[in-house]
Design a protein around this ligand. Structure first.
Ligand SMILES: NC(=O)c1ccc[n+]([C@@H]2O[C@H](COP(=O)([O-])OP(=O)(O)OC[C@H]3O[C@@H](n4cnc5c(N)ncnc54)[C@H](O)[C@@H]3O)[C@@H](O)[C@H]2O)c1
Ligand SMILES: [Zn+2]
Length: 393
């Protein structure tokens, strides 16, 4: 009887599996003086490739660190939108939100933006324009991606790190359970507009921290870029914009191409080369209660994985020394006292594996411009690498 009913169920079963692709476009624009009414870049980016004249409205979310150092910015935005009123959606409100990691740690920051999207009738044909560092881009991006299952978003990254790296990406995430980016989505922005003049108000520490991601991309993809950085290190450190912008631009371009041409935009593979140095960086941020800057943590993470790869015979001694020297000459930190809690730090490997969702896959650099993936980390050697790093400081 039982077998009979199972057979009946089978005859009623219907299965159909289809594969389909979705087209995205991802526009990256670098410009300066983007709020000068004569500069069309921002208006073009907000309007989008489809010239969606039916866009309904727009809200602007700005990082408080940017408004504090650029007190006239809100007026400039209003004047810009007014000058382009024929082609831009109606500006409904400007919202200033605290900058830095609090934006990702405190769920109220996301809720405030969701409230505004709701109150101001921001629909899927309306735009959230977010101006700020990587943290505010992440939290506003998360709000925009989840409201109505995704409203349009145009990002304006305002830090070196976010112009060179995070702002160009397709991810957004906020921290939960004390873990970085525990909740988030993969949502390509409608456009990314980088105004290089906005970098002028960054503190020296915020300026240099973002270059750890540029070192990362050079180590992973471009030996020549790495060599040029070695030559220009003082100019970068001294904030020579004409030289430094070239590196930020190059890093952003490589990042974009990795996403659009690398074959894995939504990171479904286990390997995540752009996360080089990040397994420990994310753990260090957590261990310091997010007081450590992401870029500084990445610098430490790169130094650690480089020394480890050297000890394992995977990276040449010369490459390890050049990597550490470049980080140090840039003025980036390579060690933090909490790294001495080796057991806790090494838990970061397990958390990274969970975040990847499959087996542990760590990218290691073999020499500038080349990398490999490993599925195992020898914890004893990693402990030695941590000790070696501590002796260097
Ligand atoms: N989504 C991703 O793919 C991705 C990738 C890498 C990093 N991130 C995230 O990005 C965050 C770090 O971003 P960040 O390095 O840009 O720093 P941040 O967003 O933490 O900002 C640092 C500080 O600079 C201030 N600030 C921003 N722009 C300024 C300006 N132009 N002038 C003066 N002050 C300014 C902010 O108010 C803040 O106090 C981390 O949360 C990290 O996890 C996300
Ligand atoms: Zn990063």
């Amino acid at each position: 009887m039982h077998e009979h009913s199972q057979a009946q169920d089978d005859s009623e079963r219907f299965t159909q599996v289809e594969r389909f692709t979705v087209q995205w476009s991802h526009g990256l624009f670098f410009s300066s003086h983007t709020f000068d009414p004569a500069n069309p870049v921002l208006a073009d980016a907000i309007r989008g490739a489809d010239d969606e004249s039916s866009q309904h409205g727009m809200i602007v979310v700005i990082d408080e660190g940017v408004t504090d150092t650029n007190p006239d910015l809100q007026d400039r935005i209003r004047r810009y939108v007014e000058a382009h009123r024929d082609s831009l959606p109606e500006l409904r409100t400007i919202h200033v939100t605290p900058g830095g990691e609090i934006s990702k740690n405190d769920p109220r920051m996301v809720d405030e933006i969701l409230d505004l999207i709701n109150e101001h009738g921001i629909c899927r044909r309306s735009t959230v324009l977010v101006i700020g560092g990587g943290a505010v881009l992440d939290s506003a991006g998360y709000a925009a991606a989840t409201a109505h299952r995704g409203v349009r978003i145009v990002r304006m990254p305002t830090t070196v790190l976010s112009q060179a790296d995070s702002g160009v990406g397709v991810k957004n995430g906020i921290n939960r359970y004390g873990k970085k980016n525990f909740t988030g989505t993969f949502t390509p922005p409608n456009a990314v507009v980088c105004d290089t003049r906005l970098l002028e108000s960054l503190s020296d520490a915020e300026w240099i921290t973002g270059f750890s991601e540029v070192v990362k991309i050079a180590l992973l993809k471009d030996a020549d870029l790495f060599e040029r950085m070695e030559r220009d290190v003082s100019k970068i450190r001294e904030r020579d914009l004409t030289v430094a912008i070239g590196y930020i631009f190059e890093s952003a371009r490589r990042h974009l191409e990795h996403i659009t041409r690398g074959g894995d935009p939504f990171e479904s593979h286990e390997a995540r080369p752009l996360d080089y140095g990040h397994w420990s960086a994310h753990k260090l941020e957590q261990m310091t209660n997010f007081e450590l800057r992401h870029g500084d943590a990445v610098s430490m993470g790169i130094a650690l994985d480089s020394i480890y790869a050297g000890l394992m015979g995977m990276e040449s001694r010369d490459s390890v020394e050049r990597t550490i020297a470049l980080l140090e000459k840039l003025g980036l930190p390579i060690f933090h006292p909490c790294m001495s809690q080796t057991d806790v730090l090494i838990e970061g490997l397990q958390e990274f594996r969970e975040h990847l969702g499959g087996k542990l896959t760590i990218t290691l650099v073999t020499e500038p411009g080349s990398s490999i993936e490993v599925n195992e980390i020898d914890e004893k050697i990693m402990m030695r690498a941590i000790e070696e790093l501590s002796r260097r400081t």
